[in-house]
Write a protein that binds this ligand. Structure first.
Ligand code: FE2
Length: 262
C-alpha cells in the first residue's frame, strides 16, 4: 500500500495548496491512500465540516489531528460522526471521537491509523502519558489483523518523537511526527524496520511563523500585549509530505520526503 501523508494543512491557503498539488501528485505517484493532519484546517485552528469536505474533494481520504482539534464549534458532531477523522488517543475516553481508525483497501490491505499527543511542552492537562497509552493500545489489538499500522505522533519535542520512534520500532509500520510545522530531514528505516520521520512539516504559507503573520509573532515575543493571530493568505506556499510504502503491521517498506514550494 502506497500512502501519501500530508503535513498540517493550515487554513484556506493550505487547503488551496492541497487543491493545486494533490490531484496531480496522487496520479503521478500512484498513491493508494492519502492521509493528512488537519487540526489547523479551519482558519489556522480547528476543524469544520466545510473545510474537511473541501480537502476530501481534492483527494484526502483520512485525517489525523492534535491539540487544536477542539477549537471550533461543531467539533463534537464531526468527531462523533463517520467522518474519516481521528483525535489523539491519549485524551480521556469521555471526550468526543476516537484515537484510532481503519481504512480497508481490499486487496491492497487494511491500515490501522493511530493518533497520539506528545507530553512535553504541550500544556494539555487532560492527556495521559503517551508511551504507556500506546503500549496498552497495541497490546489490546492483534497486529496480524492489519497489513499496516501508522502512528501520527503530534508533539512539540523532537527528543520525545525520536524516543517514541525507538519505543515503537518493530511494533508499528510507521511513526510519523507532526505539530512543529517544520519538516525534518531525518526520514529513515529504524533498526527493527519501522519507518520514521520527526516532523512532516506543514501545508500553507511559507513566509509566516507556522502559519501566522510573522510581525504578530515578533510582537508577541517583545510585548506583553500583542494583536491576535492572523493567517498569511498570499505569497509562496509550501506543501510538505512523505510517501510511505506499507505491507507489514510491524515494518515499513519505504519512506520518501516530498517537499514542494509553490
Ligand atoms: Fe498541534
Amino acid at each position: 500500500m502506497k500512502i501519501l501523508f500530508i503535513g498540517d494543512i493550515c487554513g484556506s491557503p493550505g487547503r488551496q495548496t492541497v487543491g493545486e498539488v494533490l490531484p496531480k501528485l496522487r496520479k503521478q505517484k500512484g498513491v493508494d491512500l492519502v492521509i493528512a493532519n488537519v487540526e489547523n484546517i479551519a482558519h489556522g485552528k480547528g476543524i469544520t465540516e466545510k473545510t474537511l469536505r473541501e480537502v476530501m474533494s481534492y483527494g484526502v481520504d483520512f485525517m489525523t489531528s492534535g491539540n487544536h482539534v477542539w477549537k471550533k464549534p461543531g467539533f463534537e458532531d464531526i468527531l462523533e460522526s463517520d467522518f474519516p477523522i481521528i483525535r489523539p488517543l491519549n485524551y480521556p475516553d469521555d471526550l468526543p471521537g476516537k484515537g484510532y481508525g481503519e481504512v480497508d483497501l481490499g486487496k491492497k490491505g487494511k491500515l490501522l491509523i493511530l493518533n497520539l499527543l506528545g507530553w512535553g511542552g504541550m500544556n494539555e492537562r487532560t492527556i495521559s502519558e503517551p508511551f504507556r497509552e500506546i503500549d496498552a493500545f497495541l497490546r489490546s489489538i492483534n497486529p496480524k489483523d492489519y497489513s499496516g499500522i501508522l502512528l501520527d505522533i503530534h508533539a512539540e519535542s523532537t527528543a520525545e518523537k525520536v524516543s517514541m520512534g525507538a519505543y515503537l520500532d518493530g511494533r508499528v509500520s510507521s511513526i510519523i511526527g507532526t505539530h512543529t510545522h517544520i519538516p525534518t530531514a531525518d526520514e529513515r528505516i529504524l533498526p527493527k524496520g519501522s519507518t520514521y520521520i520527526t516532523d512532516v512539516g506543514m501545508t500553507g504559507p511559507l513566509n509566516s511563523v507556522l502559519w501566522v503573520d510573522s510581525d504578530i509573532i515578533i510582537q508577541q515575543n517583545m510585548y506583553p500585549y500583542s494583536p491576535s493571530y492572523e493567517i498569511v493568505e498570499d505569497g509562496p506556499m509550501r506543501f510538505d509530505s512523505v510517501i510511505l510504502e506499507v505491507e507489514n503491521p510491524c515494518k515499513g517498506q519505504k519512506i520518501e520526503r516530498l517537499n514542494k514550494i509553490l
